[in-house]
Write a protein that binds this ligand. Structure first.
Ligand code: 6PG
Length: 265
C-alpha cells in the first residue's frame, strides 16, 4: 500500500490489489469498532450499497468474524433505494446477504428503511428513528451542531462522483436542515431513494470512501486534486468531515489520474 498526499484531515490509501484493499478495509473497520466500543459501548456504522459491500467481505472471515464485538454494532444506511427489502435493488438485501447474515449482529440493531411507504415518508421515518437513537446516545451527537455523529460512514463513489444518493448538480446537495432526505429522480436506477445529507456525512467521526476501477479515475481526480473552479464540482469533493477523519481507499486504477501518481512497478 502507498499513502499519497495525505494531510491531517484526509488520508489516501492506494492498494496494489483488491485483496490487499479488502484486508486493509477490514482492519480499519475492526479497529474503529474496537475504539468506539471501548469509548462508548457501541459502534454506530452507516453504509452504502454498490461494490463496497463485496469489498467489506473479509469482515466475515477469520480473524474478524471472531474478534469483532458484533453485538455492539448498530447498522444504518447512508442511502437506500426505495424498493422492497427482498428486491434485487435493495441495499439492505445486498448487505444482509453479503455480510450481516454471516456474523452475529443483533437483528434489532439493523436499522433499515420502511419499504412500504413513499420515498418522502421513508426519509422522514428514518430521520425520526435516528433522532431517537441520538437521544439515547446509541448514535453520538456532533460537538458543533445538533447533527448525529456516526462512528463511521462508509461510502462508495460513482463514476460521476456521486456519493450516497447525492448526485452532481442535484438540489439535495444544498440541503442543510434535514438529516435524511429523498429523491425521486436518481440518474442511476432505481429513481426513488433516501439519502443522508451532507451535514450528516460531514459530522461523522470517520468517513471512508472506497473506490476501485479505472472508470472512477476521472472522478477521483476531480474529488481529491487541487483542480480549480473551472472543473465540475463532484459531490465526493464536498465530503469533508468538519471534525472527523476522512480516508480514501483506492486501488491503483482508480488512483491512476491523481496528480503525482506514478505506477511504482
Ligand atoms: O445505492 C447506490 O447506488 C449506492 O449506495 C451508491 O452510492 C454507490 O455506493 C455508488 O454508486 C458506487 O457504486 P459502485 O461501487 O458499485 O460503483
Amino acid at each position: 500500500m502507498s499513502v499519497l498526499g495525505g494531510d491531517k484531515d484526509k488520508e489516501l490509501r492506494i492498494h496494489e490489489s483488491l485483496d490487499e484493499l479488502g484486508t486493509d478495509l477490514a482492519d480499519y473497520i475492526a479497529e474503529l469498532s474496537e475504539t468506539s466500543v471501548k469509548e462508548r459501548g457501541v459502534f454506530a456504522l452507516a453504509i452504502s450499497g454498490g461494490s463496497l459491500i463485496g469489498l467489506m467481505g473479509k469482515l466475515c472471515e477469520a480473524p474478524y468474524n471472531k474478534t469483532v464485538d458484533w453485538a455492539k454494532w448498530y447498522i444504518f444506511w447512508a442511502d437506500e433505494r426505495v424498493v422492497a427489502k427482498n428486491h434485487a435493488d435493495s441495499n439492505y438485501k445486498l448487505a444482509k446477504d453479503g455480510l450481516f447474515s454471516k456474523v452475529p449482529i443483533v437483528h434489532s440493531h439493523v436499522h433499515s428503511i420502511n419499504d412500504s411507504v413513499s420515498a418522502e415518508e421513508a426519509a422522514n421515518e428514518y430521520e425520526f428513528a435516528i433522532r431517537q437513537l441520538v437521544k439515547s446516545r446509541v448514535i453520538s451527537v456532533s460537538d458543533i451542531s445538533d447533527c448525529p455523529k456516526f462512528d463511521l460512514i462508509l461510502l462508495g463513489m460513482g463514476s460521476d462522483g456521486h456519493i450516497a444518493s447525492l448526485f452532481p448538480n442535484h438540489p439535495v446537495l444544498d440541503e442543510k436542515n434535514e438529516w435524511v432526505t429523498f429523491i425521486t429522480d436518481s440518474p442511476k436506477p432505481p429513481p426513488e431513494r433516501i439519502t443522508f445529507t451532507l451535514p450528516v456525512i460531514n459530522s461523522a467521526s470517520n468517513v471512508a470512501v472506497v473506490v476501485t476501477g479505472d472508470s472512477k479515475a476521472d472522478a477521483v481526480h476531480l474529488a481529491i486534486d487541487d483542480v480549480g473552479p473551472d472543473c465540475p464540482l463532484v459531490p465526493a469533493r464536498i465530503v469533508q468531515p468538519t471534525k472527523g477523519k476522512l480516508v480514501w481507499f483506492l486501488d491503483k486504477p482508480a488512483a491512476s489520474k491523481l496528480d503525482g501518481f506514478q505506477f511504482s512497478d
